[in-house]
Design a protein around this ligand. Sequence first.
Ligand SMILES: NC(=O)c1ccc[n+]([C@@H]2O[C@H](COP(=O)([O-])OP(=O)(O)OC[C@H]3O[C@@H](n4cnc5c(N)ncnc54)[C@H](OP(=O)(O)O)[C@@H]3O)[C@@H](O)[C@H]2O)c1
Length: 224
Amino acid sequence: MSAYPLVSLKLATSLDGKIALANGQSQWITGSEARAQGHKLRAEHDAILVGSGTVLADDPTLTVRLPGYAGPQPVRIIADARLRTPNDGKLAHSLDVAPVWIFTAPEAPGDRKNELKKQGFDVVSVPEGGNGGVDICAVLSALARRGIKRLLVEGGGVLAASLIRAGRVDRLEWFRAPVILGADALPCVAALALRDLAAASRFTRVEVRQLGDDLWERLHRRKT
Ligand SMILES: NC(=O)c1ccc[n+]([C@@H]2O[C@H](COP(=O)([O-])OP(=O)(O)OC[C@H]3O[C@@H](n4cnc5c(N)ncnc54)[C@H](OP(=O)(O)O)[C@@H]3O)[C@@H](O)[C@H]2O)c1
């Protein structure tokens, strides 16, 4: 068994690399063809991971919604150290469609833990990460132990930065819309505090496709 799942990071950005306006609005940066491809990607993965910021901002369902699709639904996974996932959001209302695993910190409020468990969420404690949140490598190895081989990470920028800092992004699925959102919008990858270009994560472009007005780029991490 591999120690970690294969991690693909999917982002839908503007030309200037933003994923949402400063007020959190991000639906929809890309067009319908790119979004349909996003659903196909979900269908090819065992699980989808997002940060709690995305759950709070977007109230996503994170299911595969393609016409005629009858295959398995990926497990939905939230990195949520403070257990802020709402009890009455779309994830809670779709627990019969696919499970939701919430990875939280040992210090998360016990009453919230019980409440969410009672509702049907699977709440898993892992150590805290060095920069706050949960230890992302601990989450990935727990996922591998639970049989997750292919993980699609759908943002947001804070979670993306954590995974890149940890060197755990194997592939990028990058959707780029011909729109400019400006410096006050949210970056697709939060601060990495790099001091040396040689230390930056580099990727090789393996496929580029136009989807409506958008571009879809698939990239693989360079080994050296
Ligand atoms: N266009 C796109 O592709 C796209 C995709 C997704 C989201 N978005 C937009 O992005 C915005 C949300 O993104 P965001 O960057 O603010 O939030 P985010 O990355 O979704 O979530 C960040 C939160 O996740 C929790 N977390 C737990 N463990 C973590 C870890 N190891 N590393 C990082 N985070 C961890 C932390 O909260 P706790 O400490 O409370 O756990 C952290 O504040 C929304 O506006 C949404 O609409 C756009």
